[in-house]
Design a protein around this ligand. Structure first.
Ligand code: PNS
Length: 160
């Protein structure tokens, strides 16, 4: 059984994340989406861990081999815990590279049994991020198509 984790903060899940999850689900027998709880970026996440997990579960319900789990440990420990040997990351513009390169190297140093694998973002989502989505939504812009429909509604509710 080939199992992979797709980790992230997912605050909230975007169409770009979903594309990476779908492509990982086509490559592996099972995919566990790991929702990191402890992110303190930009004053902390907009959505609670429970909300982020629920939005991801909604967005991935068409994928029979995908489950969603929160985690608050090192990624390599989470991967070991769920029995995954690969961590799949999406790679967008070159700006992602430095940070992802560092994380891949450190994760390799922490546990070389966990392989990091990158899937290139499709051009349509190359510049899409959760932060940009929140900024557009905060200023009243439309994010339809950039996030799953359920996330659009959740953003409207949250930012009313
Ligand atoms: O969506 P993000 O914010 O780019 O995801 C970052 C994430 C959650 C993958 C990263 O912060 C992570 O792996 N966190 C778990 C803690 C950990 O293992 N840190 C060491 C990696 S060098």
């Amino acid at each position: 059984m080939n199992r992979a984790v797709v980790p992230g903060t997912f605050d909230p899940v975007t169409s770009g994340h979903l594309d990476i999850i779908e492509r990982a689900a086509a490559l592996f027998d099972e995919v566990v989406v790991g929702v990191a709880l402890s992110d303190k970026k930009n004053g902390g996440p907009l959505f609670t861990p429970e909300e982020r997990v629920a939005l991801l579960e909604g967005a991935t319900q068409h994928l029979g081999n995908v489950t969603v789990r929160p985690f608050d440990t090192l990624l390599v420990d989470f991967a070991e815990e769920v029995g995954a040997s690969v961590a799949v990351k999406g790679l967008r513009a070159v700006t992602d590279f430095e940070r992802e390169f560092q994380m891949a190297a450190l994760n390799w140093r922490l546990d070389a049994k966990i392989e990091t694998m990158f899937i290139m973002a499709v051009p349509e989502y190359m510049y899409l991020s959760s932060s940009a989505v929140k900024e557009i939504a905060r200023h009243g812009g439309s994010v339809r198509g950039l996030v799953p429909d359920e996330v659009c509604d959740a953003l409207e509710q949250k930012l009313l």
